[in-house]
Structures are given as C-alpha cells and as structure tokens.
Design a protein around this ligand. Structure first.
Ligand code: NAG
Ligand code: NAG
Ligand code: NAG
Ligand code: NAG
Ligand code: NAG
Ligand code: NAG
Ligand code: NAG
Ligand code: NAG
Ligand code: NAG
Length: 810
C-alpha cells in the first residue's frame, strides 16, 4: 500500500515536472521519471535524433519495452532494448532515475529492476547523446554506464563490438527479443555469424571476416562515424597499425556524404544477415529513407534460416522455406522451424534389408547439406547410389559427388539433415541428392512397431535444438570457408580427409584455416628477414619458424605485383588456401598490410628439383625420376581440373618444384600468376614464365589456356628423363644444345638409350615417357594432351600412346 502511494506520488511529481526533466544541454537530472502513458515517455538527444524510454512493442497499445530508437518520420528504428527477453511491460510501468542516481524500472509499482545493473555507482546525471548512446555520469562527468557497451542487435557509428561480445538478432521486425542468429567477436580475432543454439563450430558458421590469429588478439568490430565498418586492434590506440581489416568502406568514387547529416548502423537483422545501413537527414531535418550499404550474405546463404530437413529458395526475391521430399512442415504457420517425415517407417526393415516396395526415391540436383555422412561408399554410379540408399534401412538420403563423368562417392545419411542448401549448377555442380519417400502416410501407417534394428532419428518438435547440438558434434568437415568453397574441397575432404580426421591426424583447423599474420609477426618469424633461401619471379623467400621453432616455414615477400586491392588479394589467398594436394606446397597463411604482401608456406627441406637434377652429385635413380615426373603431373592436373576453377600456373619449371623431407615433389608458386596477369581469360600480350619453358603462344596473339602449363611440363619431363637442362651450351655435339630437338631426333632414329647415357632403364617406360613429353611440347596447343591424359599415360593406364609428330612442325 505504501509503495503504491509512493508511485502515485512520484507520478504526480513527474507530470508536474513534465518536459523540464532535461536542461538545455540535454542533461537528465536525478528525480526524473518516464511513463509509457504520459507525455514524457522518452528522453530525447539534443537534436532529437535518438530517444531513450518506452516504446511500443509491435502494434499492440498495451505492450511496451524500454530501449533506444532512431526517431523517424514514419517509423522509429529500435537500436537497443533493455531486458529484451523479459515479458512486455504494461502501461503501468515506470522508469525512475531516482535521487540515489540509479535508473530503476518499476513494474506495477512494486517490482524493481535496475536497467544499469552492471554498475553500483550512483550517477549525477544522465544523457541521451546524439550518437545514440545513453550515458550515466558521476559527479566528475566520468562515464559510469553507457548503452554502447551492451549492444543488442545493432552497433551505431562510434560504437564497437568488443572481443568476447556478440550481437543477437531480433525475433522479427517488431519483436526485439533474442532471435535465431549470432554475430560473435571471437577471442581468436574472427568475427563470425552462427545460428543461435549451436556449438558455434566452424561447421555452423555461415560468414566470417576471416581475421584470426593464434595470439588471441584484442580485436574489435568498429563502425566509425563515416560509415567504415572495420576490424581494429583494440590494444593499440588509433593510428595506422590499428586497422586489421575493412569490412566495408564507402566507395571512394561515390558521393561525399555529409557526415554530420548521416547516421550509420550495422544490424544483425532477424533473417541472420548482418547489414550496414545509412540514414540521412534532409535540409528540413527529416530522416530520409534508409540505404542498405552492405550485407554479409544473400538470403538463402544463412545456415538454419530454414530449420531441419528444409531448404531455402528465392520466390520473387523473398527467401522461403521448402521441405525436402517426404517431409512436411512442423508448423505450417512457422515455416522456418523445419520439416519432419510425413510417412511411417514401421515394419519395412526385415533382416536389415529395406522392403523397397514401401518407398520411392526422389532426386534433387545440386544440393548438399552440412552433416557428416555415416558411410562413404566406394565410387559408384548415380543409379547404384540411389539403389544403395533405397535398400539401406538406415539411409534417409544420399548424396553423390561425381568425380569422373559416371561415378562418384556415395554418401548416405540419416534424417534429420541440417543446413541443406540448393545451388545452381554453376555454383556447385556435380552433386545429386536422393531422398527416400514413403508411400504410406504417417497417419495411415501403423505407429506401433518401429523395428528394433532401425535406429532412426525421429524429430520431436521440442528436441530440435538438442538434435542440432548432437549432429553438429559429428560435423567436422564443414567449416567457415566450406560454406563458400569449391567442389574440390568438398570431394577431397569427404573422400580423403574424412579418414584422416577420424584418426585425429588433422583437425579441421589444420585443414582449412589460413592464418592471417601481421607484418611484425613475420618479421619476428624470420628474425628480421635474415636468412634468404631463394629469389623467384615474385620476390625473395626467407626461412622462418613458428611455434617456438618447432615448425619451419618459408616466407615469400611479394614484389613487383600489379596493383591489387586487399580484398582481391584475400580472395585469391583463400582460393589458394583451399587447394590441398600432396604435390602442392601448402600455403599456411599470409599478410596483407598496406602495400605489403607476404605469403607463408610450409618449408621444403630438400631444395628444388633443379638442384636435384642439375646440381647434385648424385644423379637420381630412374625409378625416382619416374615417380617425380608423376608427382609433378598430378599436382598440375589437380590445379587444372580438380580444384573448382582451373588454376593456370604459368611458370612450371624445376626451380618451382620443391622437394620435401621424403623427396616428394611439390609445386610452388601456383595461383600467383593472377597477380602478374590482369585477366587470365583475355588475350595476353606480355610474356610470363621463364625462357626455355614457356609455350610459343605467349609470343603469339592467341589466348592463354591451361595448355601453356602442359607445354612447360613437357619440357620439365624431358629434363627429368635426361637430368639436364633444356638448353645447354656446354655439349660435345651442337645437335644436343636444344634438348627437345635432340630427343626428337633420337626418338625418330630409335636411339633413345643415348639420351639417358646408356643408363639401365625400362625401355618401354622410357619410350612412353618420351612420347608423352613430345606430345606436351607441341607448338600447336590443341595437339597437347590434357594433364588428365598425361597422368593416365604416365601411370601406364594408356599403353598405346601414338607416335608424336615433330613438336615444331610448321
Ligand atoms: C545541466 O545539468 C547538469 C547536471 O545536472 C549541469 O552540470 C549542467 O551545468 C546543466 N547545464 C545547463 C546549461 O544548465
Ligand atoms: C517515434 O519516437 C518519437 C519520440 O519518442 C515519438 O514521439 C513518436 O511517436 C514515435 N513514432 C512512432 C511511429 O512510434
Ligand atoms: C513477431 O513475433 C511475435 C512473437 O512471436 C508475433 O506475435 C508477431 O506477430 C511477429 N511479427 C511479425 C511482423 O512477424
Ligand atoms: C573514419 O575512418 C576514416 C578512415 O580510416 C578516417 O579518415 C576518419 O577520420 C574516421 N572517422 C572517425 C570519426 O573516426
Ligand atoms: C581491448 O581493447 C579494448 C578497446 O580498445 C580496451 O578497452 C581493453 O582494455 C583491451 N583489453 C586488453 C586486455 O587489452
Ligand atoms: C595490436 O596492438 C598491439 C599494441 O600496439 C601490438 O602489440 C600488436 O602487435 C597489434 N596487433 C596486430 C595484429 O597488429
Ligand atoms: C552538412 O550538414 C550540416 C548540418 O546540416 C550543414 O550545416 C552543412 O552545410 C552541410 N555541409 C555540406 C557540405 O553539405
Ligand atoms: C518533414 O516532416 C514533416 C512532418 O512529417 C512534414 O510536415 C514536412 O513536410 C517534411 N519536410 C520535407 C521537406 O519532407
Ligand atoms: C509427404 O509430403 C510430400 C511433399 O513433400 C507429398 O508429396 C507426399 O504426398 C506426402 N506423403 C504423404 C504420405 O502424406
């Protein structure tokens, strides 16, 4: 009773005080009061752009929340909400900045909640600032609490998202309670988007800023007042060194925006997409419509936008959820909650064999999902994969990724499936998904006897979250970059690394992450670029060590690059970082700081193939040379055909083929030609590559294709066969100066033993290798074989290699 009268009393005071609660400079004095029903339901910033107080939740006149919003002409945009997950407030709620300097929310006059619960200090006054920050000050005008420190789903110009903090999306446009997606500023420096209630593992992520360091850096997301969205080094005060990455910067050619007239905000929208908006004021001070400046992803690229067993498609540019064949929506009114089986599986499994007459299989092309398959079948045809799933009691869906034209790896899977994505043929071709669909509906089917041998997962509505957690624990192979990655990774990881992972040989991080280094770190790693171990077409290479000297690396400092934006460079690095092959030198990380571009590679302890062939005392044995030739061919084949878009190396030569500690040949410097050549698809006039190895078309005005690498490989192959350089002046007979001419001569004359100096070798193998080499160095690009055929020929799968014409035939 007493408290109610206090409230009534306070209410009277507040109405008496009315709008005089704020003095001219916008300071709010203790003893000020807000009520949703009264005239004073909010405190405005000095220019009236932002307001703090009670706002209406949705369309209801009775439900309120306490928050901060951008005051608009037609609608207000909420940028912060206090106690966002509490039940809505009624019109009886009061907000009291009391005489003790505490901001207290009073519900029905009795229940108290401290809005600024994070501080015990008493405030002398409060201010709603024009930046959108609501601040409490002590008597010395020090900040003791500010809303900017506790972001909900939005950061505004001048605001940071600090390390370890997150934004959580709102439920929908009008309900600002916690929604289904998170943006985390992680301790490893990476800014990552995840669906809520997952393990936040790499497989769950659907976007990241790709900034991470193992040094647990103190990095933050920062939106500056001019609309730059940045990852900055929180430990260093502003200045050049503090920028880690620009996520968005207004285009330099674009209109100069009048800063004081524009408000920027980055919001994790309810649909899981992080967007940067600008709001400009016109001359009369009215807020114009918002502009969307940037977004993290497109609709339908957000993991779990549609729930389990469901995928997203665009309908009239709006994302909508569609159930997989054989499933129906859990709740047709809330379609993004996912789908469940609509048929009964009872009594169809006999002795581990499915009674196939109960089922049919539906096919969807170019679809994949995020879960780990329970079984990888050996390569088979599409039809065999379909049948294998149909007959398997545990199989609800299967995915086949074609490796060759007719066969691929068949991956079988139980339901539920999460993160199902439909791609276009161009984005992600070569995938076919099969779904088991029952003939009997769940209602008509017998519910009683689920076969004991059939451990199928049935999805109870309440347990979706749990299942996401459980299934995500099994997901090792999908990672941040995988979401966007090329078909190759998909294949290789499932087919090859799948087993490695189970053995614990390689963690997913080891497989996928490219580390971002700072220049200073690399300076340390290389002890100030002390030991130069090579000089290539791109710049110098230095020896360095990571992990306290345990892991040796080679740091390549790129020079002589064409102007390359940081973004393009990063994209390129990611493409290279995604390549994984036994015969490619691995890129471990890179640095892109200002104009500095450095690459960090695994260290190759046995030098280059050039050292081995031309300089070493020991002429490598024939069998060793055959193996090396095949190693190199496989590496190039992979670059050309197996890693998504073809990567043309452009500079295949023995100096670029490095030997690891067990003498495996690995190609280095791949993917860098891009930085020297503006556009690989266009006709190119200035020759790249190295004399003696470059294809003749470099000098002609015809387009460059992967066949330039085939040519270079041919030259290298002949060098490997003979252990000598393609051009050698110091020879007894002038005929021998040009290796290719000499070899062709010997080949025609049937005197191949000459070229190996009567070394004891397998004659047929030698002849075949020479034929392959001569085919590769044909002047006419169309005559050269593909690397695929080269590998087949060298592997001995193609035995009847036809006789090559003279390579330089006019
Ligand atoms: C407004 O109030 C604050 C604290 O209540 C005071 O420090 C300040 O001087 C006042 N400003 C004006 C212009 O009255
Ligand atoms: C927007 O906020 C202002 C200031 O609090 C308020 O007067 C106005 O009614 C609000 N408009 C809407 C549409 O809610
Ligand atoms: C937002 O969510 C609330 C609570 O689930 C619901 O009542 C409301 O209708 C939703 N509004 C919109 C616009 O979807
Ligand atoms: C925003 O960033 C730009 C570029 O780094 C800088 O020139 C500008 O001064 C910054 N503005 C503010 C208000 O921090
Ligand atoms: C991290 O950066 C923030 C922002 O600059 C700073 O306030 C904080 O003290 C830093 N933390 C550490 C541990 O350096
Ligand atoms: C961040 O700033 C600190 C302090 O200036 C510095 O030691 C550190 O190297 C910086 N980190 C990066 C990655 O720039
Ligand atoms: C920017 O906005 C301010 C405040 O409205 C105005 O006084 C100024 O003239 C504007 N400047 C330009 C270059 O438009
Ligand atoms: C600004 O908004 C007010 C109130 O909505 C309206 O009356 C006025 O016409 C607007 N001014 C302009 C220039 O649009
Ligand atoms: C199950 O749903 C699919 C649509 O996904 C529908 O075609 C099929 O008829 C349904 N089956 C039963 C038995 O209801």
């Amino acid at each position: 009773m007493a408290s109610i009268s206090v409230v009534v009393c306070l209410l009277l005071i507040s109405f008496a005080v009315g709008r005089d609660q704020q003095n001219q400079s916008g300071h709010i004095a203790p003893g000020s009061l807000l009520s949703p029903r009264s005239d004073s339901s909010s405190w405005l910033s000095p220019t009236g752009r932002f307001a703090f107080g009670f706002y209406q939740k949705g369309r209801s006149d009775h439900d309120f929340a306490v928050g901060i919003w951008l005051v608009g002409t037609e609608e207000n945009i909420t940028v912060w909400t206090s106690f966002r997950d509490d039940p809505p407030l009624t019109s009886n709620a009061l907000l009291n900045f009391n005489k003790d300097g505490k901001l207290v929310l009073m519900l029905e006059g009795v229940q108290h909640k401290f809005i600024t619960e994070a501080t015990d200090q008493s405030a002398s006054y409060a201010s709603m600032l024009d930046s959108g920050n609501f601040v409490l000050y002590d008597d010395k005008s020090n900040i003791i609490w500010q809303s900017f420190r506790y972001p909900t789903d939005t950061i505004l110009g001048g605001q940071s998202l600090f390390r370890g903090n997150q934004l959580a999306s709102s439920l929908n446009k009008t309900d600002h309670s916690t929604g289904r997606f998170l943006l985390m500023m992680q301790y490893d420096g990476n800014l990552v988007l995840y669906p809520a209630n997952t393990e936040d593992s790499a497989g769950d992520a659907y976007w990241s800023s790709d900034t991470y360091s193992s040094f647990s850096p103190n990095w933050s997301l920062y939106l500056n007042y001019t609309g730059l969205l940045l990852i900055i080094n929180g430990t260093s005060t502003s200045g050049r060194g503090s920028l880690i990455r620009r996520i968005y910067s207004p285009s330099p050619s674009g209109n100069v925006i009048n800063n004081s007239n524009t408000i920027y905000r980055a919001t994790l929208d309810y649909d899981g997409i992080l967007r940067l908006y600008s709001h400009a004021y016109d001359e009369s001070g009215n807020l114009s419509v918002q502009n969307k400046l940037w977004e993290s992803a497109l609709p339908c690229q957000v993991n779990n936008f549609c729930g389990l067993n469901s995928y997203c498609i665009l309908d009239d540019n709006q994302p909508i959820c569609v159930c997989l064949p054989g499933t129906d929506f859990l709740d047709p009114n809330k379609r993004n909650l996912g789908c469940e089986r609509n048929f009964s599986e009872a009594e169809s499994c006999i002795n581990g064999k499915e009674r196939t007459e109960f089922y049919s299989m539906k096919t969807i092309e170019n679809m994949r999902w995020g879960d780990r398959s329970y079984v990888h079948e050996p390569p088979m045809s599409k039809e065999e994969c379909r049948k294998s799933c149909l007959e398997d009691c545990n199989c609800g869906a299967a995915l086949i990724a074609l490796i060759s034209e007719t066969s691929g790896s068949c991956m079988k899977q139980n339901l539920p499936l999460r993160y199902v994505r439909k791609y276009t043929e161009k984005e992600f071709g070569g995938l076919t998904a099969f779904f088991k669909v029952g003939m009997k509906s769940i209602k008509s089917g017998k519910q009683s006897g689920l076969h004991p041998n059939k451990p199928r997962i049935v999805v109870p509505k309440s347990a979706i979250v749990q299942i996401i957690l459980v299934t995500s624990a099994f997901t090792v192979f999908s990672t941040v970059s995988l979401a966007l990655s090329c078909l190759f990774i998909f294949k290789i990881r499932i087919l090859k690394y799948g087993r490695l992972l189970e053995n614990g040989d390689l963690g997913p991080e080891e497989i996928i992450t490219l580390r971002l280094f700072s220049y200073n770190e690399l300076k340390r790693v290389t002890h100030g670029f002390k030991e130069e171990i090579g000089k290539g077409s791109f710049g110098s290479v230095y020896k360095g060590s990571l992990q306290k000297g345990k892991r040796l690396v080679a740091v390549k400092r790129l020079e002589k690059l064409i102007e390359e934006g940081e973004r393009e460079f990063r994209a390129e690095m990611r493409a290279i970082g995604r390549t994984r092959h036994k015969n490619l030198v691995r890129l471990l990380g890179y640095c892109a700081e200002g104009s500095k571009r450095l690459l960090v590679y695994e260290f190759m302890s046995n030098g280059s193939l050039a050292d081995l062939l031309f300089r070493s005392q020991r002429r490598p044995a024939w069998t060793e040379r055959v193996r090396i030739a095949l190693d190199v061919a496989r590496g190039i084949f992979y670059l050309h055909d197996e890693c998504g878009g073809p990567i043309i190396h452009c500079d295949i030569k023995p100096q670029n083929i490095l030997m690891d500690e067990v003498w495996t040949a690995k190609i280095s410097d791949f993917g860098l030609a891009k930085f020297l050549i503006p556009d690989q698809t266009r006709t190119f006039t200035g020759a790249r590559g190295t004399r003696g190895y470059i294809a003749p078309e470099w000098h002609k005005n015809i387009p460059i294709s992967v066949r330039v690498d085939v040519y270079s490989y041919g030259v290298v192959l002949l060098e490997i066969i003979c252990c000598r350089r393609s051009i050698e002046l110091d020879v007894s007979n002038d005929d021998e100066i040009l290796l290719s001419t000499w070899i062709y001569k010997c080949f025609v004359a049937g005197e191949l033993e000459k070229i190996v100096k009567w070394e004891e070798v397998d004659k047929t193998a030698l002849e075949n290798m020479v034929k392959v080499g001569l085919w590769c160095i044909q002047d006419e690009p169309a005559l050269r074989p593909s690397m695929k055929s080269v590998v087949s020929m060298l592997e001995g799968n193609i035995t009847d290699i036809s006789v090559p014409p003279c390579p330089t035939a006019a």
